[in-house]
Design a protein around this ligand. Structure first.
Ligand SMILES: [Zn+2]
Length: 433
């Protein structure tokens, strides 16, 4: 059977025939908790499924010695060596039928790690319920991004049911550690897995995200001088000095966006925010605090290197400190830790962008939307460190990710599966079966 010999309706029907299995699999994945460092059980579920589809399935262990010297390695503090990833290769026939394109290979990548559920009292059901209600699947990881990964797996199954044989290879990748720095995808890259393009199944509401900002986690230590609060003027409040630096960061955020222009962001003034997430200072209400520690996330603009971004914040903090009588003698100390995500981008001219956009339009009847995202993702690892054009494209709204009562519209999941199946046909070429 050749991909060209059936219509989009056949793909939609093939996915529809599988939808009970698809929903059940996504639900089972959600019922299998996979917090960072404990992704193994979820990977086992995926591996069983890929084996059942007859793919060549490898377990790719993450190994500290292999990745710790890589420039994109982010140490998330969780032992690397107990993390695994799964890659299932649906081997293409290599030969192409007359008139068909040379078979190109494609990676479909999804992470199984999920962020913690937060206060469980805010959840209507258990975060691990995997409950399906009114056409939505509920639970931590449903939207980000177990349903997306499931859509990719069942897209392959739908093509198999239709008897399609692609010419190029499809690699289904189930990876660990995306939320905490990307060691899973990095491990697959270091282990040599490559393809002509990659689609990452992040929840993008079926928009094609080809540009991502970066994000650097930072800590700022602000010194003060302790004194009894009744003698406040003999001390220096580290909390008040932190406020000075906070307003410098606020000004820096505005300055950095002033010259930034991109057609891919609705709000180009908030592409790379600087946000302080924690502030600790002092140890007693009636003591002038001698230290304040701020931790936050510093956005990297698309196209900006990490070195340039760090230089900009260093300069801003130095200028703010020099203008302050205390801080110029006792400068704050800036540290970088945990996630250090570069920005990344795929050219809109890259062939995979056109193929996916057309497949989206063919299957949904709506125009493809190209977009940039403000969060970090594994896209940068493919574009910056493997030379692989990559796109984020998947079901679910990012607004539902990481929230209590996280959920996803299952109709969008089956749409995604159909679009991905059609994309594989268009991208991978056809092989005589
Ligand atoms: Zn995600």
């Amino acid at each position: 059977v050749l991909a060209s010999s059936f219509r989009h309706a056949d793909i939609v029907r093939a996915v529809d025939d599988l939808k009970d299995d698809l929903f059940a699999f996504a639900s089972r994945l959600v019922r299998t908790p996979s917090l960072p460092g404990d992704e193994g059980a979820a990977h086992a579920l995926v591996k069983d499924k890929l084996d059942a589809l007859g793919l060549d399935t490898d377990v790719v262990s993450s190994t500290r010695a292999d990745i710790e010297t890589h420039p994109a390695f982010c140490d998330d503090g969780i032992p690397v060596d107990r993390r695994i990833n799964v890659v299932g290769r649906w081997r293409g026939g290599q030969q192409t039928v007359a008139g068909s394109r040379e078979g190109r290979s494609l990676i479909l990548n999804g992470h199984v790690d999920v962020v913690p559920p937060g206060d469980e009292a805010l959840w209507r059901d258990s975060p691990w319920s995997g409950r399906i209600r009114d056409g939505r699947l509920y639970g931590r990881g449903s939207c980000d991004m177990k349903a997306g990964l499931t859509a990719a797996i069942f897209a392959v199954e739908a093509l198999q049911r239709l008897g399609v044989r692609l010419s190029g290879d499809v690699l289904l990748q189930s990876v660990s550690g995306e939320e905490t720095g990307g060691i899973g995808t990095l491990s697959t890259i270091v282990s040599g897995y490559r393809a002509d393009a990659a689609i990452i199944l992040e929840p993008t509401s079926l928009r094609l995200c080809i540009v991502q900002a970066g994000a650097l986690t930072f800590r700022l230590r602000v010194p003060g001088r302790a004194a009894h609060a009744c003698l406040k003027k003999q001390g220096v409040s580290a909390i008040e000095k932190a406020a000075v630096l906070l307003s410098a960061l606020d000004a820096l955020e505005r300055d950095r966006h002033r010259g930034f222009e991109s057609p891919y962001y609705d709000d180009p003034t908030s592409v790379a925010p600087i946000s302080v997430g924690t502030l600790r200072g002092g140890d007693w209400h009636s003591t002038v605090p001698d230290e304040a520690v701020l931790e936050g996330r510093y956005g990297v603009l698309p196209g900006e290197s990490i070195a340039d971004a760090r230089r900009a914040i260093d300069d801003a903090l130095r200028r703010a400190a020099q203008a302050d009588g205390w801080l110029c003698e006792h400068p704050p100390i800036l540290e970088w830790f945990e996630g250090q995500f570069e920005s990344g981008a795929t050219s809109p001219e890259s062939p995979i962008v056109g193929v996916l956009a057309r497949a989206h339009e063919d299957l949904t009847g709506t125009p493809a939307v190209l977009q940039g995202v403000t969060y970090g993702s594994d896209l940068r690892l493919f574009t910056n460190h493997a030379g692989i054009p990559a796109i984020l494209y998947g079901p679910g709204r990012v607004e539902d990710a990481h929230t209590a009562n996280e959920s996803i519209d299952l109709a969008e999941v089956t749409t995604a599966a159909a679009v991905l199946a059609w994309t594989m046909c268009q991208w991978g070429g056809e092989s005589p079966s």
